[in-house]
Design a protein. Structure first.
Lengths: 120, 281
């Protein structure tokens, strides 16, 4: 993958995080307002409410997208930080591979938790 | 608070100069000299005074003495500057510390090896690239360009290749592989030139981990440039250009055609014919 593609995805992921995190904040922190408008649960932190939300397909999509975007954006930034160290080409490539693997593992782990909540 | 250095005129100034002779010395060391400050004296004047009157073994690089050639870029009191443009009185210190530019190997004393600068510059193909090579080799006219189109890149063409920007760049200090601000600015200078069609030829060097994406925009290069060029800005413009062209937000512009020759134009009396071209003969 060309470096410009990685950078462009980094920017897209950043914009996506702002949008998806906005949804998360509205649902979780404007719960009283949503409840009064008749579109939310009364107690968003209760077990029943968490289970209810995890069964909504849109919730699954939003949180899997947010997980992917946050992981990509954060780990790309972390890689950029590490690239400021005088490591040399070999060590830099090895670190990129390790960060990529870590990102994939964390995404699979997180997505698995979201999907299990949806289908169980 | 800055000292009143106007009072230093006629008084002794200490020059602390980094000395290194690879044939004799195992490592660089500082040697101290004293001179009397004269009105209007630059750091280069001071170095020349020391070489002529105190130590003829001192090596430094200079040529034009008027901020045009870029030969005398040095690390003066903690910043990369042109020695010929730096007034000692403006340093606000009775001590002038002179060292070779950082981020380069030292050839001798304050003379850096500028090979990294020129190799990176060469890698971005700093010349007009076009399909119609015959026209480039044996021009039959001029490629058209409006003053507005010239404005897009003119400031970047003021680069004198002194190397101060690379010396100031914190990213170059962590990786020799980064193309650096000078080459980045020159790449943009040619890509933004409407006569040029070499974007794709330069892309391999620019769109790389060690290309423009390595720049994290500290802006030290732009602060250091003695000619007012803004390489940090050029690199950000390059990033935008690469993304815009690669992802279809902008199509590749066609290079400027030959401008039509003036019709019914007559040479003014006394204006001689242009000399015959010497290139490609």
């Amino acid at each position: 993958m060309k470096e410009s593609t990685k950078w462009f995805l980094f920017i897209i992921a950043g914009a996506l995080i702002v949008f998806l995190l906005g949804i998360h904040i509205v649902i979780m922190h404007f719960d009283d307002l949503l409840y009064n408008l008749g579109v939310g649960d009364k107690d968003v932190l209760s077990y029943e409410s968490v289970v209810h939300r995890s069964k909504i397909f849109a919730h699954v999509v939003v949180y899997i997208l947010l997980l992917g975007a946050a992981l990509y954006h954060g780990l790309y930034g972390f890689r950029s930080l590490l690239s400021e160290l005088p490591l040399g080409r070999g060590l830099e490539n090895a670190l990129s591979i390790i960060i990529t693997i870590a990102g994939v593992v964390l995404f699979v782990y997180g997505a698995h938790a979201i999907i299990i909540g949806y289908i169980s | 608070m800055a000292k009143d250095t106007k009072n230093l005129v006629g008084k002794p100034i200490t020059f602390k100069i980094l000395r290194y002779d690879p044939d004799k010395d195992t490592k660089p060391y500082y040697k101290t000299y004293q001179i009397t400050l004269e009105r209007g004296m630059t750091v280069l004047d001071g170095l020349m005074h020391i070489k002529e009157n105190q130590d003829s073994t001192l090596a430094y690089r200079k040529s034009c003495r008027m901020g045009i050639c870029g030969s005398c870029a040095m690390y003066i009191n903690g910043l990369p500057r042109l020695a010929c443009q730096t007034q000692i009185s403006e340093l606000n210190s009775p001590v002038v510390v002179v060292a070779p530019l950082p981020n380069y190997p030292i050839l001798r004393d304050v003379v850096p090896d500028l090979d990294p600068l020129f190799i990176k510059h060469q890698n971005i193909k700093p010349y007009i690239i076009r399909e119609d090579k015959a026209e480039l080799e044996k021009p039959t006219g001029e490629f058209s360009q409006t003053p507005e189109e010239l404005e897009r890149y003119i400031q970047f063409s003021y680069c004198i290749k002194c190397g101060a920007c690379l010396a100031a760049c914190p990213t170059v200090s962590t990786s020799d592989l980064f193309i650096g601000p000078q080459a980045g600015a020159q790449a943009y200078r040619y890509i933004a030139d409407t006569r040029d069609d070499g974007f794709n030829e330069r892309l391999q060097v620019l769109d790389d981990k060690y290309g423009v994406w390595r720049c994290h925009f500290p802006g030290a290069c732009s602060e250091a440039c003695p000619k007012g060029v803004d390489p940090a800005f050029a690199i950000q413009l390059l990033k935008r250009e690469i993304v815009a062209r690669r992802f279809g937000f902008k199509s590749a512009p066609k290079p400027a055609p030959l401008a039509p020759k003036p019709e019914k134009a007559e040479r003014r009396p006394g204006i001689p014919e242009a000399p015959a071209p010497t290139v490609g003969q």
